[in-house]
Ligand binder design. Structure first.
Ligand SMILES: NC(=O)c1ccc[n+]([C@@H]2O[C@H](COP(=O)([O-])OP(=O)(O)OC[C@H]3O[C@@H](n4cnc5c(N)ncnc54)[C@H](OP(=O)(O)O)[C@@H]3O)[C@@H](O)[C@H]2O)c1
Length: 222
């Protein structure tokens, strides 16, 4: 199994922390990133303590976002859409040449629930434009943070859909999916299809509210 040094930008939030936990448990080296290095270190300790108690030997640390990104082979963007563009622009140099995985969902919420924001392009495409030398893919949009931090060994009722224009980068993200679902991620097409994947999460949130579940995506027919 190939292991990677992965920076999780915004790794102090529930989605980044949950993915960091899954990646580190699978043997990847993980650096949690934050706007505040101390906060990143605290979260890294929390994740490492859990993994150690579970009998694993995680390689986990915390750093300011830019340091985390600079030292990584793979960078996961796990920040809210608000502030996303400024953050990615500020990290552009550190992201050059790296596989950058975006799980960012540009969603709005109102009295009727969650909805996809009406944007000209997806968050993943925007990241690619702001960091043109990065190899951006979209993945992990539909896995729930609660499930990621939950007790199930693998979220094997979910598939991770991966979109991107760089074939090798997409394969890296597909491999990383094994840490979450135990299966390789599904090649779901070109990066522009992130425009469809990102707002689909609003549908899952609606289903979750109606049925009081944590729904996910599973592809049949493969
Ligand atoms: N939560 C889920 O179940 C879920 C599922 C699928 C996808 N996602 C997507 O994953 C991303 C992260 O979700 P989340 O729930 O973990 O988000 P979150 O808790 O709101 O934010 C994650 C982290 O991003 C950093 N951050 C917040 N505002 C920022 C800004 N303006 N600029 C730069 N960094 C900022 C914060 O870290 P520091 O303060 O430490 O810098 C925060 O802990 C979102 O785009 C979301 O759509 C979430």
């Amino acid at each position: 199994m190939t292991t990677y040094r992965i920076a999780v930008i915004g790794g102090t939030g529930p989605q980044g922390k949950g993915l960091a936990y899954r990646f580190a448990r699978h043997g990847h080296e993980v650096v949690i990133g934050s706007r505040t290095a101390e906060k990143a270190v605290t979260t890294a300790h929390e994740v490492a303590d859990r993994l150690t108690a579970e009998g694993h030997a995680p390689v986990l640390s915390g750093a300011a976002n830019v340091e985390a990104a600079a030292g990584a082979e793979v960078v996961l963007l796990s920040v809210p859409y608000d502030g996303h563009d400024e953050l990615v622009a500020s990290l552009a140099d550190a992201l050059a040449g790296k596989v950058v995985v975006s799980c960012v969902n540009p969603l709005g919420f109102d009295k009727r629930g969650a909805y996809g924001l009406d944007l000209e392009q997806s968050a993943a495409e925007t990241a690619s434009g702001l960091a043109p030398d990065a190899r951006v893919v979209g993945a992990f949009h539909h896995v729930s943070a609660v499930s990621l931090w939950g007790e199930e060994e693998y979220l094997d009722h979910d598939d991770v859909l991966v979109v991107g224009d760089d074939r090798d980068a997409k394969e890296v993200a597909q491999e990383l999916a094994r840490a979450v679902t135990s299966r390789i991620g599904v090649d779901a097409g070109k990066l522009r299809l992130a425009r469809q994947l990102e707002p689909l999460t609003a549908v899952l949130i609606s289903i979750n509210r109606t049925y009081k579940v944590r729904s996910g995506i599973r592809i049949t027919g493969l």
